[in-house]
Write a protein that binds this ligand. Sequence first.
Ligand code: NAG
Ligand code: NAG
Ligand code: NAG
Ligand code: NAG
Ligand code: NAG
Length: 241
Amino acid sequence: MALGLSNMFFHRLVFASTFIVCCLETFTNGATLGKDEEEALRSIGSALGKKDWNFDIDPCNKDSSWVDPSSNKDHANNVTCDCSFNNNNTCHVTHILLKAQNLSGTLPTDLASLPFLQEIDLTRNYLRGNIPPQWGSATQLVNISLLGNRLTGSIPKELANLSSLTSLVLETNGFSGTLPPALGNLPKIQRLHFSSNNFTGEIPETYARLTTLKELIISDLNGAEAAFPQFNAKLPELDRV
Ligand SMILES: *[C@@H]1O[C@H](CO)[C@@H](O)[C@H](O)[C@H]1NC(C)=O
Ligand SMILES: *[C@@H]1O[C@H](CO)[C@@H](O)[C@H](O)[C@H]1NC(C)=O
Ligand SMILES: *[C@@H]1O[C@H](CO)[C@@H](O)[C@H](O)[C@H]1NC(C)=O
Ligand SMILES: *[C@@H]1O[C@H](CO)[C@@H](O)[C@H](O)[C@H]1NC(C)=O
Ligand SMILES: *[C@@H]1O[C@H](CO)[C@@H](O)[C@H](O)[C@H]1NC(C)=O
């Protein structure tokens, strides 16, 4: 009898300590996103019209409301983080991929509030409005795709500040105006896709300085042929024009 009781007590003790160990483990393995970046995501989601991000769950915990494992090159619904900061205790958002998600809002102004964001891909949605000039402050951005939306206005010259940018895809929107000469200063750009918009004017001479460029896809510029700089001579890397 006495033996049985203490046995039961022992079992409960084991159960309780297993529970504590398991919870501590979850806690210590569960690096989280800082409040400031969470706020930035809320505001980004609200601008885009992304209604199903679940903020009751940490955005970096790989829950299905934040990453969809079936995401592929055509459809994607992924927020991904790098959680290796501060000895694996702190996460930062590095990629936002929302391709073909029926988003009908506008572009968020505050990408710079995600200071580790490298890629934003909003391909094939119904987004409208302009590219906010404030995107020029998100200087860690590597890839931007806005392909196939309903965006308008001109390309803000501030994007010339994106010193890490390798790919800027603006194809198939309603962008207009002239191409900013300042983009000729982008030090790492490899891909500029501007076709199927309403751009006017010439390709700026300054683009001949883009020695890292591999693909420049531009159509329907007025007088493009006459004004086309001698790219092939000057740009050894260029594969497609
Ligand atoms: C989206 O995230 C999931 C889970 O991390 C990953 O398996 C998948 O490859 C990602 N897809 C894309 C297109 O990034
Ligand atoms: C962080 O986690 C990774 C993968 O689990 C591990 O390889 C690495 O050693 C960890 N780093 C630190 C500083 O704990
Ligand atoms: C987008 O809308 C279409 C048509 O209503 C629907 O078939 C599709 O599932 C929607 N996609 C997403 C990701 O919600
Ligand atoms: C672009 O960079 C210049 C100088 O580096 C800075 O003065 C300016 O405020 C930046 N603009 C934006 C929109 O970040
Ligand atoms: C940028 O896009 C290219 C081509 O899709 C990809 O290989 C690269 O990993 C991306 N870079 C980042 C930082 O996401």
